[in-house]
Design a protein around this ligand. Structure first.
Ligand code: ADP
Ligand code: ASP
Ligand code: MG
Length: 410
């Protein structure tokens, strides 16, 4: 007997047939004697539809009302899932985020969970009733609805699993696990049986959207075993999947276990910035004050100590604002020219095996050179190497690296 949190994403609850299919997975686990808490997303496409409404509602985009609108999709699915379960003879009831409550900070649209009161859902689960909880939703210190950022139901589920001390959090989705690369981009990608928390964290934050980054952070901190699995699989059988777990639990470690790609990258270069202490602080301070996240940064060595070029990346959505901020701060920073461009891609190789293997970056650069792909910026950490390239070559680069690191399925 185990305590399980089972999360179903948008495509897994896209219509009534899919909700019934998902409910059959819940029934299987419950009939096996497990205590189950379910977390559901909005039906596929529903959150996008609601976001579009808010854009046409008025010029004043009140973030509190935005959250009120976009959190509604999850409520529909939670109620429907509870009804379908009851119809199958499985006792069930729905919970909105505020009914637990799932408390968050007040950062509307991308709130962070601060505390979860899980007593009621735990009592329900222990008594054999399935608690169906809305994903994505929370409640702010001021008692307003909040949402956890796009893809946030993963975070609801993992945080709930942590709070309830669940034995496992199962993430049911439209793929049967975590692959060496996005299977939609790399047809020869392979499913991994296991992936370490650290690797999954890098994969998610570097572009693999199979799990929301914050959900992996929480799983890692609270040591929640997370299993990514296919919801369309036969509910009569407990299907395979990928276990996201501690590095020590992985016997066969790959040097590179995944390749991720993000095409949401814009590049800014400041040409001939005065080479004096305080200039980098002025540049990145101005951007931070405007709430703009900077990702990769390179600074050239200056000739004669006079001036240097500085290149960095921001998300496409922030590019225009970043340029405005830097132009306004031009006198303080003092640079000659500002160059900027959309359309860059960040391609990354990830693997805990890199810690103990030399020559990994060299293999990466060679594979890209062989395809004639130019590297614009490089950044590394202990378990990843990322390069910035022209977005036009992103898919070619991902496939070439997949082959170069021996990840292709037979
Ligand atoms: P859900 O609606 O269930 O939350 P998502 O669409 O958010 O599902 O995440 C699943 C998708 O993530 C898959 O359809 C797949 O295309 C994509 N994906 C990206 N990278 C990977 C990867 N490395 N392994 C598996 N899936 C990936
Ligand atoms: N429905 C929300 C979204 O589309 C949350 C989620 O599905 O995880 O972003
Ligand atoms: Mg998702």
């Amino acid at each position: 007997m185990a305590r399980l949190v089972m999360k179903f994403g948008g495509t897994s609850v896209a219509d009534m047939d899919r909700i019934r299919h998902a409910a059959a997975h819940i029934r299987r686990e419950r009939e096996a004697g497990n205590h189950v808490v379910a977390v559901v997303s909005a039906m596929a496409g529903e959150t996008n539809r609601l976001v579009t409404f808010t854009k046409t509602a008025g010029r004043l985009q009140d973030p509190r009302e935005y959250d009120m609108v976009v959190s509604a999709g999850e409520q529909v699915t939670a109620g429907l899932m509870a009804m379908v379960l009851q119809d199958m003879g499985v006792p069930a009831r729905s919970y909105a985020g505020w009914q637990l409550p799932i408390r968050t900070d007040g950062a509307h649209g991308k709130a962070r969970i601060t505390a979860i009161e899980g007593r009621d859902v735990l009592a329900a689960a222990t008594s054999g009733q399935v608690a169906v909880v809305t994903g994505f939703q929370g409640i702010s210190p001021g008692n307003r609805m909040t949402t956890l950022g796009r893809g946030g139901s993963d975070t609801s589920a993992v945080a709930l699993a942590g709070a309830l001390k669940a034995d496992r959090c199962d993430i049911y989705t439209d793929v049967d696990g975590v692959y060496t690369s996005d299977p939609r981009v790399v047809p020869r990608a392979r499913r991994l049986d296991r992936i370490a928390y650290e690797e999954m964290l890098e994969m998610a934050s570097l572009g693999a959207k199979v799990l929301q980054t914050r959900s992996v952070e929480i799983a890692m901190v609270h040591r929640v075993p997370v299993m990514v699995r296919l919801s369309f699989a036969d509910p009569a059988a407990s299907a395979v999947g990928t276990l996201v777990c501690d590095e020590d639990e992985i016997v066969e470690k790959l040097v590179v276990s995944g390749i991720a790609c993000s095409t949401d990258e814009a590049k800014i270069t400041l040409v001939r910035v005065a080479d004096r202490p305080g200039k980098a602080a002025a540049i990145f301070g101005a951007l931070a004050d405007a709430n703009i996240n900077v990702d990769m940064i390179v600074q050239n060595i200056s000739e004669g100590g006079q001036a240097t070029d500085l290149t960095f990346t921001v998300s496409n959505a922030d590019l225009e604002r970043a340029v405005r901020v830097l132009e306004e701060a031009r006198n303080e920073i003092s640079y000659e020219r500002l160059l900027n461009a959309h359309g860059a891609a960040k391609v990354s190789i990830i693997g805990v095996g890199m810690r103990s293997h030399a020559g990994v970056a060299q293999t990466m650069f060679r594979a890209l050179a062989d395809k004639g792909i130019n590297i614009e910026v490089i950044s590394t950490s202990e378990i990843k190497v990322s390069v910035l390239i022209d977005a036009e070559y992103a898919e070619l680069a991902v496939r070439a690296l997949h082959t170069a690191f021996g990840l292709d399925a037979d």
